[in-house]
Ligand binder design. Sequence first.
Ligand code: ADP
Ligand code: MG
Length: 359
Amino acid sequence: MVRSIEIHPDGRVDVVVSLTTPGCPIRAQFERAVVDNVGAIEGVTSVGVGFDVLSDTEKQGLQQKLGRPGGLPEGALAKVKNVICVASGKGGVGKSTMTANLAAALTAEGKSAGALDCDVYGYSIPRMLGVNSRPEVNAERKIIPLESPSGVKVMSIGFFVEENAAVVWRGPMLHKAIQQFLEDVDWGELDYLLLDLPPGTGDVSMTLAQLLPQAKILVVTTPQPAAQSVAARAAEMAAKVDLEVLGVVENMSGFTAPDGQRFTIFGEGGGQELADELDVPLLGKVPLEEALREHADAGDPLATSEPDAPASIAIRQAARGIIATTPVELPLMQAVAADMPATPAPIGGTELPVVQAGG
Ligand SMILES: Nc1ncnc2c1ncn2[C@@H]1O[C@H](COP(=O)(O)OP(=O)(O)O)[C@@H](O)[C@H]1O
Ligand SMILES: [Mg+2]
């Protein structure tokens, strides 16, 4: 960025260029370009080039103005390689169960994983991953996520409200809370951050798409055709906000009785049809299994506690599918999308209550 241009009567021109960082690797290139271009102008006798560095506020402003994704990776998510939103068209299809178990399965595959509960009204991640206490704040005033016994870093609105309290927030509050969970939480280095979305395609999905243009969507569906067309709406939403669909997981995919007989309680084939329709892989077919529900209720994901259970095998296969379809190195996530207003609209309500570490 050009900070200033001074033209002297004797034809001397002084230009000050602002760099994003003092050790800018293309500083010499800037200098040469300014000297060449300004020096070529008629009447210019000599060119002086000076440098200074943009302040943090100036950098942020510039990032927003230029709308360049991944430009200045200064946000809390700078070290998160992949953000995956677990979505479905409706509730009760097992989104939270899949989020919790996939996150645990990813850690079992040697990846670092986090789970963020974005279902503010129907949060269930703390219970399913067996964590629930007040998170602390570190010296940089960032909220420290809790770590589940299975090694998943967890953050949920459930940590900040009284047990079973209803959260009644509308659009802007919701947006602010999710933004805070992404920006003000010390996620640190993570291979995968899984976001458990609320059912449907409402406010939260739009907020996430705006905040995380590089996030990918994992669609969960049950096998019946009705659910599949509902799930297709989640994919349509993804397309509308320009997020890539990573794949489909079919849940509640048949039930095998103790005598070995298989019942297709929720129909059959919906997951594959949806995957074909979206031209993405079907990453797994997870059977109905009582133990999966029991372990979710007990906060002990089946995928890691009983890895040989049929549902666990399917979930771990899906986790390996996720690893296979996400490249190791991705452009760094940016903290705030370019088209967010420079100064967010003031939002009423209270800040999230947090306790100070050691206090
Ligand atoms: N494959 C499955 N087998 C048995 N129970 C399941 C399975 N998937 C989900 N459940 C149970 O169904 C209920 C709804 O699942 P949940 O993950 O909360 O859905 P969602 O987050 O989509 O609303 C939970 O009680 C969960 O334990
Ligand atoms: Mg849920």
